[in-house]
Structures are given as C-alpha cells and as structure tokens.
Design a protein around this ligand. Structure first.
Ligand SMILES: [Zn+2]
Ligand SMILES: [Zn+2]
Length: 209
C-alpha cells in the first residue's frame, strides 16, 4: 500500500508476477485498494506455480463470496506459459524462463525493455529472446558470484554486455552496494563497470517509448 501511495500510482491495469518468493508476492493484499478505487477485478499474470500459491495464500481475493463491502478486491488469475507472448494494453510482453533456485521464475521482455529481477543463470535460449533490447533491469544482489540463486554484479555486467544494452540498471541489490560509491566499489573488486550501467533505486521510473 505504501508503495502505491508513495509513488502516486493512481491506476493499475494488470499485475505481472515473476515468481512466488515472499519478497515478490507479499504485497498482493495491497491490490485490494486499487480494485475498489477502480471498481474492477484485477487481472494477474505469472507462472502456474505462482498463480497456485497466490490462490492459496490470498484465497479471499479470488472469490466473489467474500463479505461485500469488507474491503476485499478480486483478482483474475492468468497462467503464463514459458516464452508466451501477451498483448496487454498496447505492449507486447514475453515471458522469459530463467534459473533462480528451484522456483519456476520468469523475467519479462516488454517491447525493448528487459526485466530480470531474480535470476542466477540465463539459459542461452532465453538470452536469445532478449536480443535487441535497449534497456535492461537485472538482478545483481552483491559482488559474490558464489551466491546460489542471485547474479553478482560481475555476472550481470556480462549479460548486459552480451545483449549490448544501451542502459542497464542493477536491482535486487543488497545493503553493501552503495549508491554513493558504486563505481569505486566495482573497481575495488575488479569488476569493469560499463558507462551505461547503474544501481537502480526505490521509486525509479523508466519510461518505455
Ligand atoms: Zn526470488
Ligand atoms: Zn527476490
């Protein structure tokens, strides 16, 4: 709720989930308010396992039988298959399967924008689906390449260079990555930071053309 208010989001057309980890689904209850304000049921999209977990954890949001007037919004679940193309509100959205521990996880390509917030390994076939993107938002948890489920900054740089992106933003970053000294931090651990790669920050807006 705080995020919706703080970022002055006054309309949500649909919600797209990447996977079922708690840091990505715990805010689901916050969709109640937009459903009520917009007087609509909200379509939600994601991998089959994620849709199942949402329906178990937030069962009251998927049924019309809940107490009317009690502040409960309704969600309309849509399972997205791997490499499925969705046409939503004028955008072409493609689900990109990525390896992230043992949880089925997608990144998404939205026109020329790639979004891969949780990934340890990007299979070649998935990387190929991102060819031609201009802007990439990608997991870069820390400088530690041995983390079992998240990319390091160095690994994320390699992917952005392979994709020849015009701009890359590192997300899902841990507290040790410091916005004030990030280029110096990269130098210290001998990660060559491209000129067009930055740490993302809360509330950042990336405008899609
Ligand atoms: Zn995750
Ligand atoms: Zn996560």
């Amino acid at each position: 709720m705080d995020q919706i208010v703080r970022n002055r989001i006054d309309w949500i057309d649909a919600v797209i989930f990447t996977h079922s980890h708690a840091d990505h689904v715990s805010g689901t209850n916050d969709i109640v308010m937009p459903c009520r304000k917009q007087q609509m049921d909200m379509p939600v999209y994601g991998p089959e396992q994620t849709m199942g977990i949402l329906q178990r954890n937030f069962d009251y949001m998927f049924t019309k039988e809940t107490f009317q007037g009690g502040g409960v919004g309704h969600l309309l679940p849509n399972v997205v298959e791997e490499k499925e193309k969705l046409a939503l509100h004028g955008f072409e959205i493609l689900s990109i399967p990525v390896e992230h521990g043992n949880v089925p996880t997608y990144g998404y390509r939205i026109d020329n924008f790639g979004y891969l917030p949780d990934v340890k390994r990007l299979p070649q076939a998935s990387q190929d689906l991102l060819n031609g993107i201009e802007v990439l938002v990608i997991d870069a948890l820390s400088f530690n390449p041995r983390h079992p489920t998240h990319l390091s900054v160095g690994e994320a740089v390699e992917i952005s260079e392979a994709l020849k992106t015009k701009e890359t933003y590192f997300t899902h970053i841990m507290h040790r990555l410091d916005h004030r000294y990030f280029p110096e931090q990269c130098e210290e651990v001998e990660v060559e930071l491209p000129d067009n790669a930055y740490l993302a920050y809360d509330g950042q807006v990336i405008q899609l053309q």
